[in-house]
Design a protein around this ligand. Structure first.
Ligand code: J2J
Length: 539
Protein backbone atom coordinates (compact mmCIF):
# COMPACT_ATOMS: atom_id res chain seq x y z
CA UNK A 1 0.00 0.00 0.00
CA UNK A 2 1.29 3.48 -0.73
CA UNK A 3 0.37 6.84 0.70
CA UNK A 4 -1.71 9.13 -1.48
CA UNK A 5 -0.16 12.42 -2.60
CA UNK A 6 -0.21 14.77 -5.58
CA UNK A 7 2.53 13.60 -7.97
CA UNK A 8 4.49 15.68 -10.48
CA UNK A 9 3.05 15.55 -14.01
CA UNK A 10 4.67 12.87 -16.19
CA UNK A 11 6.54 15.30 -18.48
CA UNK A 12 8.25 17.01 -15.54
CA UNK A 13 9.02 13.72 -13.82
CA UNK A 14 10.69 12.50 -17.01
CA UNK A 15 12.71 15.70 -17.25
CA UNK A 16 13.89 15.49 -13.63
CA UNK A 17 14.99 11.88 -14.13
CA UNK A 18 16.73 12.59 -17.43
CA UNK A 19 18.68 15.42 -15.88
CA UNK A 20 19.80 13.10 -13.09
CA UNK A 21 18.06 14.98 -10.29
CA UNK A 22 15.89 12.02 -9.41
CA UNK A 23 18.12 9.04 -8.86
CA UNK A 24 15.43 6.56 -7.84
CA UNK A 25 17.16 5.79 -4.57
CA UNK A 26 15.46 5.63 -1.20
CA UNK A 27 16.55 8.19 1.40
CA UNK A 28 17.86 5.26 3.43
CA UNK A 29 20.72 5.05 0.91
CA UNK A 30 22.16 7.94 2.96
CA UNK A 31 22.55 5.81 6.09
CA UNK A 32 24.08 2.98 4.07
CA UNK A 33 26.80 4.90 2.21
CA UNK A 34 29.27 4.69 5.08
CA UNK A 35 27.83 1.75 6.98
CA UNK A 36 31.21 0.03 7.29
CA UNK A 37 32.74 3.08 8.97
CA UNK A 38 33.41 3.34 12.69
CA UNK A 39 33.77 7.09 12.46
CA UNK A 40 31.35 9.11 14.55
CA UNK A 41 28.22 10.14 12.65
CA UNK A 42 26.17 11.88 15.34
CA UNK A 43 27.14 13.01 18.83
CA UNK A 44 24.58 14.09 21.43
CA UNK A 45 24.72 14.85 25.16
CA UNK A 46 24.84 11.16 26.12
CA UNK A 47 26.36 9.19 23.28
CA UNK A 48 28.44 9.05 20.13
CA UNK A 49 26.87 7.07 17.33
CA UNK A 50 29.16 5.70 14.62
CA UNK A 51 28.08 5.22 11.00
CA UNK A 52 28.12 1.47 11.57
CA UNK A 53 25.91 1.79 14.66
CA UNK A 54 23.47 4.11 12.89
CA UNK A 55 23.02 1.58 10.08
CA UNK A 56 22.87 -1.46 12.37
CA UNK A 57 20.59 0.06 15.01
CA UNK A 58 18.14 1.31 12.41
CA UNK A 59 18.10 -2.16 10.80
CA UNK A 60 17.49 -3.76 14.18
CA UNK A 61 14.72 -1.36 15.11
CA UNK A 62 13.10 -1.89 11.72
CA UNK A 63 13.27 -5.68 12.23
CA UNK A 64 11.54 -5.36 15.61
CA UNK A 65 8.83 -3.12 14.20
CA UNK A 66 8.30 -5.52 11.34
CA UNK A 67 7.96 -8.38 13.80
CA UNK A 68 5.23 -6.34 15.51
CA UNK A 69 3.26 -6.19 12.29
CA UNK A 70 4.15 -2.72 11.05
CA UNK A 71 4.54 -2.52 7.33
CA UNK A 72 4.96 -0.46 4.15
CA UNK A 73 2.27 2.18 3.76
CA UNK A 74 1.83 2.67 7.52
CA UNK A 75 2.46 6.02 9.14
CA UNK A 76 4.01 7.01 12.45
CA UNK A 77 3.91 10.05 14.71
CA UNK A 78 7.36 10.78 16.16
CA UNK A 79 8.35 13.39 18.70
CA UNK A 80 11.96 13.35 19.84
CA UNK A 81 14.34 16.05 21.04
CA UNK A 82 17.83 16.69 19.65
CA UNK A 83 19.18 13.18 20.22
CA UNK A 84 20.89 10.44 18.17
CA UNK A 85 17.73 8.31 18.37
CA UNK A 86 15.96 10.75 16.05
CA UNK A 87 17.95 9.43 13.09
CA UNK A 88 17.94 5.78 14.23
CA UNK A 89 14.14 6.04 14.24
CA UNK A 90 13.97 8.03 10.99
CA UNK A 91 15.98 5.50 9.02
CA UNK A 92 14.31 2.49 10.67
CA UNK A 93 10.87 3.74 9.68
CA UNK A 94 11.96 4.57 6.15
CA UNK A 95 13.62 1.18 5.77
CA UNK A 96 10.21 -0.36 6.41
CA UNK A 97 8.34 2.06 4.17
CA UNK A 98 6.61 3.69 7.16
CA UNK A 99 6.15 7.44 6.66
CA UNK A 100 6.64 9.49 9.82
CA UNK A 101 5.55 12.96 10.82
CA UNK A 102 8.37 14.32 12.94
CA UNK A 103 6.71 16.77 15.31
CA UNK A 104 8.83 19.52 16.85
CA UNK A 105 9.68 18.96 20.50
CA UNK A 106 7.97 22.26 21.32
CA UNK A 107 4.66 20.91 20.02
CA UNK A 108 1.94 20.10 22.52
CA UNK A 109 -1.42 18.26 22.51
CA UNK A 110 -3.05 20.51 19.94
CA UNK A 111 -0.38 20.11 17.25
CA UNK A 112 0.15 16.39 17.93
CA UNK A 113 -3.60 15.75 17.70
CA UNK A 114 -3.82 17.70 14.44
CA UNK A 115 -1.03 15.60 12.90
CA UNK A 116 -2.37 12.30 14.21
CA UNK A 117 -5.89 12.92 12.93
CA UNK A 118 -4.49 13.65 9.48
CA UNK A 119 -2.13 10.69 9.07
CA UNK A 120 -3.88 8.18 11.40
CA UNK A 121 -0.62 6.61 12.65
CA UNK A 122 -0.32 2.99 13.79
CA UNK A 123 2.78 3.87 15.77
CA UNK A 124 3.77 6.62 18.18
CA UNK A 125 7.39 7.15 19.20
CA UNK A 126 7.75 9.81 21.88
CA UNK A 127 9.75 10.97 24.86
CA UNK A 128 8.47 9.92 28.27
CA UNK A 129 9.92 13.15 29.69
CA UNK A 130 7.96 15.43 27.40
CA UNK A 131 5.35 17.25 29.56
CA UNK A 132 2.51 15.90 27.40
CA UNK A 133 3.53 12.29 28.03
CA UNK A 134 4.53 12.24 31.69
CA UNK A 135 1.16 10.66 32.44
CA UNK A 136 -1.20 8.71 30.19
CA UNK A 137 -4.02 11.23 29.90
CA UNK A 138 -3.11 12.63 26.51
CA UNK A 139 -2.17 9.20 25.17
CA UNK A 140 -5.64 7.94 26.07
CA UNK A 141 -7.21 10.89 24.25
CA UNK A 142 -5.10 10.13 21.20
CA UNK A 143 -6.20 6.50 21.27
CA UNK A 144 -9.81 7.60 21.44
CA UNK A 145 -9.40 9.87 18.43
CA UNK A 146 -7.18 7.52 16.44
CA UNK A 147 -8.15 3.91 17.11
CA UNK A 148 -5.56 2.87 14.47
CA UNK A 149 -2.84 3.82 16.93
CA UNK A 150 -1.82 0.38 18.18
CA UNK A 151 1.70 0.78 19.43
CA UNK A 152 3.69 3.25 21.44
CA UNK A 153 7.43 3.19 21.92
CA UNK A 154 8.96 5.37 24.59
CA UNK A 155 12.29 7.05 24.45
CA UNK A 156 13.75 7.33 27.95
CA UNK A 157 16.55 9.84 27.42
CA UNK A 158 18.67 8.71 30.35
CA UNK A 159 17.87 5.00 30.61
CA UNK A 160 19.51 2.73 28.11
CA UNK A 161 17.90 -0.61 28.74
CA UNK A 162 14.21 -0.08 28.13
CA UNK A 163 11.73 1.11 25.51
CA UNK A 164 13.17 2.23 22.24
CA UNK A 165 16.76 1.50 23.23
CA UNK A 166 16.01 -2.12 24.08
CA UNK A 167 14.53 -2.61 20.61
CA UNK A 168 17.24 -1.10 18.47
CA UNK A 169 20.04 -2.86 20.34
CA UNK A 170 18.43 -6.28 19.94
CA UNK A 171 20.68 -8.29 17.66
CA UNK A 172 19.15 -9.28 14.33
CA UNK A 173 20.89 -10.14 11.08
CA UNK A 174 17.91 -11.25 9.07
CA UNK A 175 16.32 -7.94 8.20
CA UNK A 176 15.66 -7.07 4.56
CA UNK A 177 14.59 -3.46 3.98
CA UNK A 178 11.27 -2.74 2.25
CA UNK A 179 11.35 1.04 1.69
CA UNK A 180 8.55 2.69 -0.24
CA UNK A 181 9.26 3.29 -3.90
CA UNK A 182 11.56 6.31 -4.51
CA UNK A 183 8.85 8.32 -6.21
CA UNK A 184 6.52 7.80 -3.28
CA UNK A 185 6.17 9.57 0.06
CA UNK A 186 9.16 9.01 2.35
CA UNK A 187 7.89 11.18 5.20
CA UNK A 188 5.79 14.22 5.98
CA UNK A 189 7.37 17.60 6.55
CA UNK A 190 5.65 20.25 8.67
CA UNK A 191 4.31 23.40 7.10
CA UNK A 192 4.85 26.73 8.88
CA UNK A 193 1.24 27.21 7.93
CA UNK A 194 -1.29 29.97 7.60
CA UNK A 195 -4.44 27.93 8.17
CA UNK A 196 -6.42 26.77 11.20
CA UNK A 197 -5.01 23.24 11.11
CA UNK A 198 -1.28 22.67 10.62
CA UNK A 199 -0.76 21.20 7.15
CA UNK A 200 1.50 18.31 6.18
CA UNK A 201 3.86 18.20 3.22
CA UNK A 202 4.44 14.83 1.57
CA UNK A 203 8.15 14.59 0.62
CA UNK A 204 9.23 11.83 -1.70
CA UNK A 205 12.56 9.99 -1.57
CA UNK A 206 13.52 11.34 -4.99
CA UNK A 207 12.77 14.99 -4.33
CA UNK A 208 14.28 15.14 -0.85
CA UNK A 209 17.37 13.15 -1.79
CA UNK A 210 18.05 15.55 -4.63
CA UNK A 211 17.68 18.63 -2.43
CA UNK A 212 20.19 17.16 0.03
CA UNK A 213 22.80 16.03 -2.49
CA UNK A 214 22.65 19.32 -4.39
CA UNK A 215 22.89 21.25 -1.10
CA UNK A 216 25.97 19.25 -0.09
CA UNK A 217 27.64 20.30 -3.31
CA UNK A 218 26.69 23.98 -3.00
CA UNK A 219 27.75 24.20 0.65
CA UNK A 220 30.84 22.04 0.02
CA UNK A 221 30.17 19.58 2.83
CA UNK A 222 32.79 16.79 2.94
CA UNK A 223 34.00 14.05 5.29
CA UNK A 224 35.81 16.87 7.12
CA UNK A 225 32.55 18.68 7.89
CA UNK A 226 31.89 19.06 11.60
CA UNK A 227 28.34 20.42 11.87
CA UNK A 228 26.62 21.75 14.95
CA UNK A 229 22.85 21.22 14.95
CA UNK A 230 21.61 23.99 17.25
CA UNK A 231 18.08 24.22 15.82
CA UNK A 232 15.24 21.73 16.43
CA UNK A 233 16.34 18.48 14.80
CA UNK A 234 12.99 17.84 13.06
CA UNK A 235 12.98 21.17 11.22
CA UNK A 236 13.55 21.07 7.47
CA UNK A 237 16.52 23.45 7.66
CA UNK A 238 18.83 21.38 9.93
CA UNK A 239 17.53 18.17 8.31
CA UNK A 240 18.26 18.99 4.71
CA UNK A 241 19.88 22.34 3.97
CA UNK A 242 22.27 20.43 3.88
CA UNK A 243 21.73 19.69 7.55
CA UNK A 244 22.40 16.40 9.28
CA UNK A 245 21.27 14.37 6.26
CA UNK A 246 23.79 16.32 4.19
CA UNK A 247 26.53 15.62 6.72
CA UNK A 248 25.66 11.91 6.76
CA UNK A 249 25.77 11.85 2.97
CA UNK A 250 29.20 13.49 2.96
CA UNK A 251 30.62 11.35 5.77
CA UNK A 252 31.22 14.12 8.31
CA UNK A 253 30.03 14.41 11.90
CA UNK A 254 27.05 16.22 13.45
CA UNK A 255 27.03 17.38 17.04
CA UNK A 256 23.61 18.02 18.59
CA UNK A 257 23.07 21.01 20.88
CA UNK A 258 20.08 21.17 23.20
CA UNK A 259 19.44 24.80 22.23
CA UNK A 260 21.10 27.57 20.18
CA UNK A 261 22.20 29.71 23.15
CA UNK A 262 25.82 30.89 23.29
CA UNK A 263 26.32 29.15 26.64
CA UNK A 264 25.39 25.79 25.14
CA UNK A 265 26.94 26.21 21.71
CA UNK A 266 30.27 27.96 22.27
CA UNK A 267 31.64 25.14 24.43
CA UNK A 268 30.45 22.51 21.93
CA UNK A 269 32.07 24.42 19.07
CA UNK A 270 35.40 24.57 20.88
CA UNK A 271 35.25 20.99 22.21
CA UNK A 272 34.31 19.43 18.88
CA UNK A 273 36.13 21.83 16.56
CA UNK A 274 32.88 22.59 14.76
CA UNK A 275 33.43 24.16 11.32
CA UNK A 276 29.84 24.82 10.20
CA UNK A 277 26.51 25.54 11.82
CA UNK A 278 23.05 26.88 10.93
CA UNK A 279 21.20 29.57 12.87
CA UNK A 280 18.17 31.84 12.72
CA UNK A 281 18.78 35.63 12.94
CA UNK A 282 17.87 36.12 16.66
CA UNK A 283 20.43 33.47 17.65
CA UNK A 284 23.03 35.36 15.60
CA UNK A 285 22.24 38.52 17.61
CA UNK A 286 22.70 36.67 20.88
CA UNK A 287 25.96 35.10 19.71
CA UNK A 288 27.36 38.48 18.66
CA UNK A 289 26.30 40.05 21.94
CA UNK A 290 28.05 37.30 23.92
CA UNK A 291 31.21 37.54 21.84
CA UNK A 292 31.35 41.27 22.67
CA UNK A 293 30.58 40.78 26.35
CA UNK A 294 32.86 37.83 27.00
CA UNK A 295 35.51 38.70 24.43
CA UNK A 296 35.51 35.04 23.39
CA UNK A 297 35.70 35.01 19.57
CA UNK A 298 38.69 32.70 20.06
CA UNK A 299 36.33 29.91 21.21
CA UNK A 300 34.74 29.95 17.75
CA UNK A 301 37.97 29.97 15.78
CA UNK A 302 37.27 26.56 14.17
CA UNK A 303 34.05 27.89 12.58
CA UNK A 304 34.42 28.41 8.80
CA UNK A 305 30.81 28.82 7.70
CA UNK A 306 27.72 30.20 9.40
CA UNK A 307 24.43 29.60 7.62
CA UNK A 308 21.62 31.99 8.52
CA UNK A 309 18.01 31.55 7.44
CA UNK A 310 14.44 30.93 8.52
CA UNK A 311 13.70 34.66 8.78
CA UNK A 312 15.06 37.82 7.22
CA UNK A 313 18.61 38.71 8.23
CA UNK A 314 19.20 42.45 8.30
CA UNK A 315 22.14 43.77 6.36
CA UNK A 316 23.67 45.32 9.47
CA UNK A 317 23.56 42.02 11.40
CA UNK A 318 24.87 40.18 8.34
CA UNK A 319 27.89 42.49 8.09
CA UNK A 320 28.89 41.79 11.69
CA UNK A 321 29.28 38.04 11.07
CA UNK A 322 32.49 38.06 9.03
CA UNK A 323 33.77 41.03 11.01
CA UNK A 324 33.12 39.76 14.54
CA UNK A 325 32.94 35.96 14.27
CA UNK A 326 35.58 35.77 11.60
CA UNK A 327 33.78 33.17 9.49
CA UNK A 328 31.95 33.20 6.20
CA UNK A 329 28.22 33.89 6.07
CA UNK A 330 25.77 31.99 3.89
CA UNK A 331 22.17 33.18 3.67
CA UNK A 332 19.57 30.43 3.32
CA UNK A 333 16.01 31.11 2.25
CA UNK A 334 14.13 27.84 2.31
CA UNK A 335 10.78 26.28 3.02
CA UNK A 336 9.60 22.84 4.11
CA UNK A 337 7.46 22.82 0.96
CA UNK A 338 10.62 22.56 -1.14
CA UNK A 339 12.41 25.51 -2.74
CA UNK A 340 15.72 26.39 -1.05
CA UNK A 341 17.98 29.31 -2.02
CA UNK A 342 21.57 29.82 -0.94
CA UNK A 343 24.11 32.54 -1.44
CA UNK A 344 27.09 30.73 -2.93
CA UNK A 345 30.40 30.43 -1.12
CA UNK A 346 32.19 32.30 -3.94
CA UNK A 347 29.63 35.12 -4.27
CA UNK A 348 30.91 38.64 -3.69
CA UNK A 349 30.42 40.03 -0.20
CA UNK A 350 27.71 42.49 -1.25
CA UNK A 351 25.55 39.67 -2.66
CA UNK A 352 26.05 37.60 0.49
CA UNK A 353 25.14 40.50 2.77
CA UNK A 354 22.13 41.80 0.86
CA UNK A 355 20.36 38.87 -0.83
CA UNK A 356 18.82 35.59 0.26
CA UNK A 357 20.62 33.71 -2.49
CA UNK A 358 19.47 31.84 -5.56
CA UNK A 359 17.77 28.48 -6.03
CA UNK A 360 19.53 25.14 -5.69
CA UNK A 361 18.55 23.77 -9.08
CA UNK A 362 18.77 25.03 -12.66
CA UNK A 363 15.27 23.53 -12.95
CA UNK A 364 13.79 25.49 -10.06
CA UNK A 365 11.36 27.75 -11.87
CA UNK A 366 10.91 30.86 -9.74
CA UNK A 367 9.08 33.97 -10.87
CA UNK A 368 7.36 36.97 -9.37
CA UNK A 369 3.63 37.52 -9.89
CA UNK A 370 1.46 40.58 -9.44
CA UNK A 371 -1.91 40.29 -7.69
CA UNK A 372 -3.53 39.15 -10.96
CA UNK A 373 -0.97 36.39 -11.48
CA UNK A 374 0.97 38.17 -14.26
CA UNK A 375 4.76 37.99 -14.30
CA UNK A 376 6.66 41.05 -13.08
CA UNK A 377 10.03 42.30 -14.37
CA UNK A 378 13.33 41.93 -12.44
CA UNK A 379 13.78 44.00 -9.26
CA UNK A 380 10.02 44.40 -8.77
CA UNK A 381 8.33 43.13 -5.62
CA UNK A 382 5.53 40.60 -5.93
CA UNK A 383 4.43 37.07 -5.06
CA UNK A 384 6.91 34.20 -5.13
CA UNK A 385 5.74 31.47 -7.51
CA UNK A 386 7.71 28.26 -7.88
CA UNK A 387 7.82 24.69 -9.09
CA UNK A 388 10.71 22.34 -9.48
CA UNK A 389 12.28 18.94 -8.87
CA UNK A 390 12.00 19.09 -5.07
CA UNK A 391 9.03 21.43 -4.54
CA UNK A 392 5.88 19.57 -3.50
CA UNK A 393 2.70 19.58 -5.58
CA UNK A 394 0.10 19.65 -2.83
CA UNK A 395 -0.49 19.52 0.93
CA UNK A 396 -1.59 16.15 2.23
CA UNK A 397 -5.37 15.61 1.95
CA UNK A 398 -6.09 19.32 1.47
CA UNK A 399 -7.76 19.81 -1.92
CA UNK A 400 -9.47 23.10 -0.99
CA UNK A 401 -6.35 24.70 0.38
CA UNK A 402 -4.27 23.41 -2.53
CA UNK A 403 -6.68 25.06 -4.95
CA UNK A 404 -5.82 28.42 -3.35
CA UNK A 405 -2.03 28.12 -3.26
CA UNK A 406 -1.21 26.49 -6.63
CA UNK A 407 -1.89 28.00 -10.04
CA UNK A 408 -3.07 26.09 -13.12
CA UNK A 409 0.50 25.21 -14.12
CA UNK A 410 1.31 23.77 -10.71
CA UNK A 411 3.30 26.74 -9.46
CA UNK A 412 3.21 27.02 -5.67
CA UNK A 413 2.58 30.47 -4.23
CA UNK A 414 4.54 30.50 -0.96
CA UNK A 415 2.98 33.70 0.38
CA UNK A 416 6.36 35.43 0.39
CA UNK A 417 6.87 38.78 -1.31
CA UNK A 418 10.18 38.85 -3.12
CA UNK A 419 12.12 40.54 -5.88
CA UNK A 420 14.59 38.80 -8.20
CA UNK A 421 17.64 40.54 -9.62
CA UNK A 422 18.81 40.21 -13.23
CA UNK A 423 21.39 37.73 -11.96
CA UNK A 424 18.61 35.58 -10.43
CA UNK A 425 19.26 36.47 -6.80
CA UNK A 426 16.23 36.69 -4.52
CA UNK A 427 15.58 39.33 -1.89
CA UNK A 428 12.74 38.67 0.53
CA UNK A 429 10.70 41.89 0.80
CA UNK A 430 7.82 40.81 2.99
CA UNK A 431 4.99 38.36 3.34
CA UNK A 432 1.41 38.08 2.23
CA UNK A 433 0.43 34.89 4.08
CA UNK A 434 -1.32 35.26 7.39
CA UNK A 435 1.63 34.06 9.40
CA UNK A 436 3.90 35.50 12.06
CA UNK A 437 7.59 34.68 11.78
CA UNK A 438 8.74 34.85 15.39
CA UNK A 439 12.50 34.63 14.96
CA UNK A 440 12.17 31.70 12.53
CA UNK A 441 9.33 30.00 14.42
CA UNK A 442 6.21 30.20 12.30
CA UNK A 443 2.78 30.94 13.76
CA UNK A 444 -0.37 30.55 11.65
CA UNK A 445 -2.61 33.41 12.81
CA UNK A 446 -5.80 31.45 12.16
CA UNK A 447 -4.70 28.52 14.32
CA UNK A 448 -4.24 30.74 17.39
CA UNK A 449 -7.36 32.81 16.62
CA UNK A 450 -9.47 29.64 16.50
CA UNK A 451 -8.18 28.53 19.88
CA UNK A 452 -8.76 31.99 21.38
CA UNK A 453 -12.28 32.03 20.01
CA UNK A 454 -13.08 28.86 21.94
CA UNK A 455 -13.05 31.03 25.07
CA UNK A 456 -16.69 31.65 26.05
CA UNK A 457 -16.13 35.38 26.59
CA UNK A 458 -14.36 36.11 23.33
CA UNK A 459 -16.38 37.48 20.42
CA UNK A 460 -13.51 38.14 17.99
CA UNK A 461 -9.77 37.56 17.98
CA UNK A 462 -7.17 38.68 15.43
CA UNK A 463 -3.49 37.81 15.66
CA UNK A 464 -1.00 40.13 13.95
CA UNK A 465 2.74 40.62 13.94
CA UNK A 466 4.49 43.47 15.72
CA UNK A 467 8.10 44.49 15.19
CA UNK A 468 10.65 43.25 17.66
CA UNK A 469 14.29 44.17 17.79
CA UNK A 470 15.58 40.71 18.69
CA UNK A 471 13.03 38.33 17.16
CA UNK A 472 12.15 40.40 14.09
CA UNK A 473 8.48 39.83 14.85
CA UNK A 474 6.37 39.00 17.88
CA UNK A 475 2.65 38.31 17.98
CA UNK A 476 -0.12 40.54 19.26
CA UNK A 477 -3.72 39.38 19.77
CA UNK A 478 -6.51 41.91 19.35
CA UNK A 479 -9.51 40.77 21.36
CA UNK A 480 -13.14 41.81 21.38
CA UNK A 481 -14.69 40.33 24.53
CA UNK A 482 -18.11 40.12 26.15
CA UNK A 483 -16.66 41.18 29.47
CA UNK A 484 -13.30 42.44 30.76
CA UNK A 485 -10.58 39.79 30.47
CA UNK A 486 -6.94 39.69 31.45
CA UNK A 487 -3.95 38.56 29.40
CA UNK A 488 -3.04 35.94 32.03
CA UNK A 489 -6.47 34.35 31.73
CA UNK A 490 -6.12 34.07 27.97
CA UNK A 491 -2.61 32.67 28.15
CA UNK A 492 -3.92 30.07 30.61
CA UNK A 493 -6.81 29.32 28.26
CA UNK A 494 -4.36 28.72 25.39
CA UNK A 495 -2.04 26.62 27.51
CA UNK A 496 -4.98 24.48 28.58
CA UNK A 497 -5.64 23.71 24.93
CA UNK A 498 -2.04 22.56 24.62
CA UNK A 499 -0.29 24.65 22.02
CA UNK A 500 3.42 25.24 21.58
CA UNK A 501 4.64 27.97 23.90
CA UNK A 502 6.06 30.09 21.04
CA UNK A 503 2.51 30.50 19.69
CA UNK A 504 1.23 32.26 22.84
CA UNK A 505 0.61 35.93 21.95
CA UNK A 506 3.32 38.20 23.30
CA UNK A 507 0.78 40.95 23.81
CA UNK A 508 -3.01 41.27 24.12
CA UNK A 509 -4.92 44.40 23.14
CA UNK A 510 -8.57 44.58 24.22
CA UNK A 511 -10.77 46.62 21.96
CA UNK A 512 -14.44 47.43 21.28
CA UNK A 513 -14.32 46.30 17.66
CA UNK A 514 -11.94 45.26 14.91
CA UNK A 515 -11.45 47.38 11.77
CA UNK A 516 -12.80 45.71 8.63
CA UNK A 517 -11.80 45.90 4.98
CA UNK A 518 -14.44 46.82 2.36
CA UNK A 519 -15.13 43.10 1.82
CA UNK A 520 -15.71 42.61 5.53
CA UNK A 521 -12.48 40.84 6.55
CA UNK A 522 -10.49 41.98 9.58
CA UNK A 523 -8.15 44.71 8.37
CA UNK A 524 -4.88 43.36 9.73
CA UNK A 525 -2.82 45.95 7.87
CA UNK A 526 -4.54 48.63 9.90
CA UNK A 527 -3.96 46.71 13.15
CA UNK A 528 -0.25 46.34 12.36
CA UNK A 529 -0.06 50.05 11.58
CA UNK A 530 -1.81 50.82 14.87
CA UNK A 531 0.93 48.90 16.72
CA UNK A 532 3.64 50.83 14.87
CA UNK A 533 1.95 54.15 15.71
CA UNK A 534 1.51 53.13 19.36
CA UNK A 535 5.20 52.37 19.55
CA UNK A 536 6.15 55.72 18.01
CA UNK A 537 3.94 57.53 20.50
CA UNK A 538 5.57 55.69 23.40
CA UNK A 539 9.11 56.47 22.17
C1 J2J B 1 13.34 35.60 5.00
N1 J2J B 1 12.35 34.71 5.23
C2 J2J B 1 12.71 33.41 5.30
C3 J2J B 1 15.04 33.99 4.90
C4 J2J B 1 12.81 31.24 5.44
C5 J2J B 1 16.21 26.31 5.06
C6 J2J B 1 16.06 27.53 5.67
C7 J2J B 1 14.84 27.91 6.22
C8 J2J B 1 13.74 27.05 6.15
C9 J2J B 1 12.45 27.49 6.74
C10 J2J B 1 13.89 25.81 5.53
C11 J2J B 1 14.05 32.98 5.13
N2 J2J B 1 14.64 35.26 4.84
N3 J2J B 1 16.34 33.67 4.75
O1 J2J B 1 12.87 24.94 5.43
O2 J2J B 1 15.25 24.23 4.40
C12 J2J B 1 10.52 32.28 5.73
C13 J2J B 1 9.70 32.44 4.44
C14 J2J B 1 9.43 31.00 4.05
C15 J2J B 1 9.23 30.34 5.40
C16 J2J B 1 9.46 28.85 5.40
C17 J2J B 1 15.13 25.44 4.98
N4 J2J B 1 14.07 31.64 5.23
N5 J2J B 1 11.98 32.29 5.49
O3 J2J B 1 12.38 28.51 7.43
O4 J2J B 1 9.05 25.95 6.30
O5 J2J B 1 8.50 33.10 4.79
O6 J2J B 1 11.37 26.71 6.46
O7 J2J B 1 8.30 30.85 3.21
O8 J2J B 1 9.92 26.83 8.53
O9 J2J B 1 10.19 31.00 6.25
O10 J2J B 1 9.48 28.38 6.70
P1 J2J B 1 9.89 26.88 7.05
Amino acid sequence: MSISFTPWPADLATRYRKKGYWQDKPLTAISERHRQSDHPAIIDQVQTLSYRQLATYSDQLAAQLQARGLTTGDTALVQLSNCCEFYIVFFALLKLGIAPVNALFSHQQSELTAYATQIRPRLLIADREHPVFTDNRFLEQLHAQCPELEQTLWHHPFADDSGLHALFTQHDETFTPTPSSPDNVAFFQLSGGSTGTPKLIPRTHNDYYYSIVASVEICQFTAQTRYLCALPIAHNYPMSSPGILGVLYAGGVSVLAADPSPTTCFTLIADHQINVTALVPPAVSLWLQSIREWDCAEQLSSLRLLQVGGAKLSESLAARIPAEIGCQLQQVFGMAEGLVNYTRLDDDLQTILTTQGRPISPDDEVWVADTQGNPLPPNTTGRLMTRGPYTFRGYYNSPEHNATCFDQQGFYCSGDLISISEQGYITVQGREKDQINRGGEKIAAEEVENLLQRHPDIIHAALVSMNDELLGEKSCAYIVAKQPLKAVQLRRHLREQGIAEFKLPDRFVFTEMLPLTPVGKVDKKQLRQQLIDDNKNKA
